[in-house]
Design a protein around this ligand. Structure first.
Ligand SMILES: *Cc1c(COP(=O)(O)O)cnc(C)c1O
Length: 366
């Protein structure tokens, strides 16, 4: 036998993964917490979603509907999509992982951009494939750079639009140009987790592009605007052949019953969604301007968060700001793992939270 001391080894790639570190959720002891670290909504979920969740607790002994039919039909109705082209997941993170494990084999390549969402890197390595990281321009995905990185081994391109943690986006014309330049056997994954928040005439989440092609998938989530991050609900809209492949690979009951019920109910509450969009629009603008007025650079964002850049000066850098804010209950997100060692990402919160962060930053900069 030899190798008596050997222990089981994960397949190649797994030990190259730096485990995802979620946003912190604790302030200093005794200090009131304002959690602005994971892009959750300050408005919480719709009361209709809470009621549906509570009602589902009466039947926890039953397996959920493995095809999440009620949820897919509600999504289809809300977005004008054929439910047959929708796959639901345990958060959109699960779908991103499923796309990687379905389309990537060892030796294959998946492209994501320099400051792209970290889950793409992790999912690619977990599938045993090679992540190809492409530079951005002005902290924004660069279509020519992505197309220039395509090789005969490329199987997937991941694009968060808008991107987290930068908050920048590509207009739909640029997304179309990207798609037009990709070989037909490459899947373009458009992660539109923040689509509902975007107020730009040249933005589209990608629904028409999915409908009109065979190699585009759009992923969405209930974790952000719908305020259901704790339930883990995501979905994708994809061509029939992709749906067929994902349904073979996914867990048979990957979305739980309370999640199916609450997600469908959340979609029915348009007023709640509109309120969340309006709140974010107002406070995204206010907070961006107020932080800039303190002399800090803020990357222009179309999402529900902003990336704040700190001066390269002793005592005024991002880690010190993070400690200062945390001591006062304002928990933002350190983003060194995204290539921003001197920036913090702040989720747009309640009026009280936003004003509180700006006041604390003013004090910090002194
Ligand atoms: C928050 C976020 C998601 C959503 O993840 P879930 O697993 O659905 O909670 C997906 N993509 C990006 C870019 C995000 O920021």
């Amino acid at each position: 036998m030899g190798e008596a001391a050997a222990i089981p080894q994960p397949k190649p790639g797994v030990m190259d993964i730096a485990a995802y570190v979620p946003g912190r959720s604790k302030a200093a002891p005794g200090v009131r917490l304002f959690k602005l670290s994971s892009n959750e909504t300050p408005l919480g979920p719709s009361p209709l979603a809470r009621q549906a969740f509570a009602a589902a607790s009466a039947r926890l002994e039953d397996y959920p509907d493995g095809s999440a039919t009620a949820l897919r039909e509600a999504i289809g109705a809300a977005h004008g999509l054929n439910p047959a082209n929708i796959v639901c997941g345990n958060g959109s993170d699960e779908l991103l992982g499923l796309l990687a494990s379905t389309y990537l084999a060892p030796g294959d390549e998946a492209i994501h951009t320099e400051h792209g969402f970290l889950v793409y890197h992790i999912a690619t390595l977990a599938a045993g494939a090679r992540p190809v990281v492409v530079p951005e321009t002005d902290r924004t995905a660069d279509v020519d750079a992505i197309l220039g990185a395509v090789t005969g081994r490329t199987r997937l391109v991941f694009l968060a639009n808008p991107n987290n943690p930068t908050g920048t986006y590509l207009p739909i014309g640029e997304v179309r140009r990207l798609h037009a330049g990709l070989p037909a056997n490459v899947v373009l994954v458009l992660d539109a987790a923040y689509a509902e928040y975007v107020r730009r005439n040249d933005y589209e989440a990608g629904i028409e592009l999915v409908s009109a092609s065979q190699n585009v998938v759009m992923t969405r989530t209930f974790s952000k605007i719908h305020g259901l991050a704790g339930l883990r609900i995501g979905w994708c809209y994809a061509p029939a052949h992709v749906v067929d492949a994902l349904n073979r690979v996914r867990g048979p009951f990957n979305v739980n019953a309370p999640a199916i019920a609450a997600g469908a109910a959340a979609l029915a509450d348009r007023t709640h969604v509109e309120r969340a969009v309006a709140h974010n629009g107002q406070w995204l603008d206010w907070t961006s301007q107020a932080v800039r007025a303190l002399g800090l650079e803020v990357t222009p964002s179309v999402g529900n968060f902003i990336l704040i850049h700190f001066p390269d000066e002793d005592g005024r850098r991002a880690p010190q700001a993070d400690a200062f804010l945390t001591a006062r209950g304002y928990v933002l997100r350190a983003v060194a793992a995204y290539g921003f060692p001197n920036a913090l990402r702040m989720t747009i919160g309640t009026e009280e939270a936003n004003r509180g962060v700006v006041a604390a930053l003013a004090e910090f900069l002194g």
